[in-house]
Design a protein around this ligand. Structure first.
Ligand code: XMP
Length: 212
């Protein structure tokens, strides 16, 4: 049984609020990222907060420790409940993100293996497993692992154990199905298959039911 997270990669406040409002009652969290925030500013978090579900900032943070901490300050100061960070900058950068998240009462998820084909160049295999171990050692709340490669997500689950969460993108437009990964993960992340649907609420409802 997995939660449903909407990847709200639309542009502009009006469209974001339209989709989020349409999906009321069907979502467990909303993930925002650069496409939306660069078009609206972080004020969009306050607009989306009216939906009363957690907002997770997918900024795939990847910088030196001090910059990572400053990014977290802004994200949580704006009202986000969680942030997604990269791990490949090293254990000190990752620790800064995790610690700053916790200092602000938020959660921190760590990208380990990505869902797209190009992930196989670097963000997969042994590198992904090392980053999962690093995420666990840093006290991260969870990792991001691909629905498009469920066997890899299962492997990463064995590394982090059951006390950390896994959120999994790749369902819908990238070809994975909720049934592929729901037994390994705590949440599926769905973007285009919901926000581009003629009826986003109906699409979200179907994913929510299938993820249960
Ligand atoms: P779609 O439209 O493909 O959107 O359903 C997927 C969303 O998830 C993000 N994404 C990822 N984020 N690791 C991540 O941290 C990944 O492997 C990954 N794959 C996709 C993507 O940016 C979009 O918001």
């Amino acid at each position: 049984m997995a939660d449903l997270l909407l990847a709200l990669d639309v542009k502009g406040k009006a469209e974001a609020v339209r989709v989020a409002t349409a999906c009321t009652g069907e979502l467990d969290a909303i993930k925002i990222g650069y496409p939306l925030v660069l078009s609206t500013g972080l004020e969009i978090v306050k607009d989306l907060a009216k939906s009363e579900i957690p907002i997770i900032a997918d900024f795939k943070v990847a910088d030196i420790p001090n910059t990572n901490s400053l990014i977290c300050e802004e994200v949580f100061g704006a009202g986000c409940a969680g942030i997604i960070t990269h791990a490949f900058c090293g254990s000190d950068s990752l620790a800064a993100c995790v610690d700053a998240s916790h200092d602000h009462g938020g959660v921190c998820f760590v990208v380990c293996e990505m869902s797209h084909p190009g992930a196989l160049d670097f963000l997969s295999g042994e590198n992904a497993e090392r980053m999962a171990r690093m995420a666990k050692a840093a006290g991260a709340d969870g990792i991001i692992a691909p629905a498009t490669r469920p066997e890899r997500t299962a492997t990463l689950r064995t590394i982090i154990g059951s006390s950390m969460k896994i959120y999994s993108p790749g369902v819908g437009a990238q070809g994975a199905q909720p049934e592929d990964v729901k037994k390994y993960v705590d949440g599926i992340i769905v973007g285009r298959a919901i926000y581009e649907a003629a009826d986003p609420k109906a699409a979200a409802h179907e994913f929510r039911v299938r993820a249960r």
